[in-house]
Design a protein around this ligand. Structure first.
Ligand SMILES: O=C(O)C1=C[C@@H](OP(=O)(O)O)[C@@H](O)[C@H](O)C1
Ligand SMILES: C=C(OP(=O)(O)O)C(=O)O
Length: 430
C-alpha cells in the first residue's frame, strides 16, 4: 500500500487544472456507445473509474480508440451491443455498475457485472428492485454484486418510479432501462440530484404542484453521437484544491474549465456561508453543461449546519467539507447524509477517524457528523484512507494545515478520480 506524507504548508499559489468530470465522462461514453456513429470526447480522464467504463464497453463489442486524452467511440446503436465473453469488471466504480445495469437489463443476451472488494460490498437492491418492476431478470449475490442480468427478447415494461433515495445512479439506471421499454418510463425525484443524464438525453421534465420533477423517457430518446470539446472539469476534484486554498494562509488558487452544474456545486454555497473567498468567472457551457473558472483565496471560516435537500448537491464533497469544518471556528453539523455509509467505504466513520486522529473532536451520528472546529488542534500523524479516493485526498488537505507531518496510508487511491492529485498539491506549494 502506498503512503504519502504532507507537511504543513505556508502558502498555495497558482493555477491548476483538474481531470474531466467523472459523472459526465461515464455518461458521455455510455451515450456514445449507444448512439449511431462516431463520438469524440476530448479530455477524457485517465482516472481509474471512467477508464473502467471504457473497458466495460470494449467487452460489449464497442470499438474505442484513444489518442492521448482524446477518445473516439464508434457507436453501435441502441441494439448493437454484443454479448460479453466474461463477467464485466466495473473495478471500483459504482456509477459504471449501476448505469450499465440499466442498459444491460434490456439486452437480448445475458451478462454479469462485478467489481473490486469495495464495489462488491455496496447495495445493489436499489437498482435490482426497479429493474425487476420493469420485468428485467436480475439476480444479486446477497444484495450486492456480482449482478446477473438475464437476456430477454421482449422490450421491458415501462413504469413510473418514485426514487426512494436521492441517487443519480438509481435515477440514471431506470432512465437508461427506459430506452429499452415499450411506452413512457417516468422517474419521480422528490429530492433533486445530479442531472447529467437528463441533460445529455434532453429529456422532458414536468414539475408538479409540489415542485417535484417527473422525468420522462421513451425508446425514441436514443442518444445521439456527439463531440465534447472539452468535457467539463470535475468540480468534485476541484473541491479538494478549493478547500486547501481556503484553509492555507496566504493562498490564491485558480482552476479553469470546472463544471458548474448547479446539482454539483452545493459546496460553493456552503463554503461561502462559512466565510470563504471564492470567485467564479468566465462562465460558459459545453454541450449543455455549465462550466467556468473558480478562484479561491485564503479566508477564515466559521462552522455551519448542512442538511436536507442541500446534501445530494455536495454528497461527494462531504469528506473535504468535514476537513474545512475541522479548521473552522465553532461547530459544524452535517445531517441527512446516511448515503455516505454506502460509498466506496463508510465515509462518515472514515472521515471521523481521520479527524479524530488529527486531534479534532468529532461525534458520529447515524446520518451525519458533529465537528468541533479547532484549527490549532490539528496536528499531523498517520491516518488511513480506507482505500477510498475521497478520504485519501481529504486527509491530504487536512495535512496542509495540521502541524508537522501527516502520512496518508493508501494515498494512491486518489487515482480513482484524480490521478495527479498529489503532484498538483506539491506544485502549488510556495
Ligand atoms: O450518478 C453519478 O455519477 C454519481 C452519483 C452519486 O452516487 P449516488 O447515486 O449513489 O448518490 C455520487 O456519489 C457518485 O460519485 C456519482
Ligand atoms: C461515490 C463515488 O463514485 P461511485 O459511486 O461511482 O463509485 C465517488 O466518486 O465519490
Amino acid at each position: 500500500m502506498s503512503t504519502h506524507t504532507v507537511s504543513q504548508v505556508t502558502s498555495l499559489q497558482g493555477t491548476a487544472s483538474v481531470p474531466a468530470d467523472k459523472s459526465v465522462s461515464h455518461r458521455a461514453a455510455l451515450m456514445a456507445a449507444l448512439a449511431d456513429g462516431r463520438s469524440t470526447l476530448h479530455g477524457f480522464p485517465q482516472a481509474a473509474d471512467p477508464q473502467s467504463t471504457l473497458s466495460c464497453l470494449r467487452q460489449l463489442g464497442v470499438s474505442i480508440e484513444t489518442e492521448g486524452d482524446t477518445v473516439h467511440i464508434e457507436g453501435v446503436g441502441l441494439h448493437g451491443l454484443q454479448a460479453p465473453a466474461n463477467p464485466i469488471d466495473c473495478g471500483n466504480s459504482g456509477t459504471t455498475m449501476r448505469l450499465l445495469a440499466g442498459i444491460l437489463a434490456g439486452q437480448p443476451f445475458e451478462s454479469t457485472l462485478t467489481g473490486d472488494d469495495s464495489l462488491r460490498a455496496r447495495p445493489m437492491a436499489r437498482i435490482a428492485n426497479p429493474l425487476r418492476q420493469m420485468d428485467a431478470e436480475v439476480t444479486l449475490t446477497g444484495g450486492t454484486a456480482p449482478i446477473h442480468l438475464g437476456g430477454r427478447s421482449e422490450p421491458l415494461h415501462a413504469m413510473t418510479y418514485r426514487l426512494p433515495m436521492a441517487s443519480a445512479q438509481v435515477k440514471s439506471c431506470v432512465l437508461l432501462a427506459g430506452l429499452y421499454a415499450e411506452g413512457t418510463t417516468t422517474v419521480i425525484q422528490p429530492v433533486p440530484c445530479r442531472d447529467h443524464t437528463e441533460r445529455m438525453l434532453n429529456l422532458p421534465i414536468e414539475v408538479d404542484d409540489e415542485g417535484v420533477q417527473h422525468i420522462h423517457i421513451t425508446s425514441d430518446d436514443d442518444p445521439k453521437a456527439s463531440v465534447w470539446n472539452p468535457l467539463p472539469g470535475d468540480f468534485s476534484s476541484a473541491a479538494f484544491l478549493l478547500v486547501a486554498a481556503t484553509l492555507v494562509p496566504d493562498s490564491e488558487v485558480t482552476i479553469s474549465n470546472v463544471g458548474l452544474n448547479p446539482t454539483r456545486t452545493g459546496l460553493l454555497d456552503v463554503l461561502q456561508a462559512m466565510g470563504a473567498d471564492l470567485t467564479v468567472t468566465d462562465r460558459t457551457e459545453t454541450n449543455g453543461e455549465p462550466m467556468g473558472t473558480i478562484t479561491a483565496r485564503h479566508a477564515p471560516l466559521n462552522g455551519v449546519t448542512v442538511e436536507g435537500d442541500a446534501i445530494p448537491n455536495l454528497i461527494d464533497e462531504i469528506p473535504v467539507l468535514a476537513v474545512a469544518a475541522a479548521a473552522s471556528n465553532g461547530q459544524t453539523v452535517i445531517r441527512d447524509a446516511a448515503e455516505l455509509r454506502v460509498k466506496e467505504t463508510d465515509r462518515l466513520t472514515a472521515i471521523a477517524e481521520v479527524l479524530t486522529r488529527l486531534g479534532i473532536g468529532v461525534s458520529e451520528q447515524e446520518d451525519g457528523l458533529t465537528i468541533s472546529g479547532d484549527r490549532d488542534a490539528l496536528r499531523g500523524t498517520t491516518v488511513r484512507s480506507f482505500h477510498d479516493h475521497r478520504i485519501a485526498m481529504a486527509a491530504g488537505v487536512a495535512g496542509c494545515v495540521a502541524r508537522g507531518e501527516t502520512t496518508i496510508k493508501g494515498a494512491d487511491s486518489a487515482r480513482i478520480s484524480f490521478p495527479g492529485f498529489w503532484d498538483v498539491l506539491d506544485r502549488l506549494q510556495r
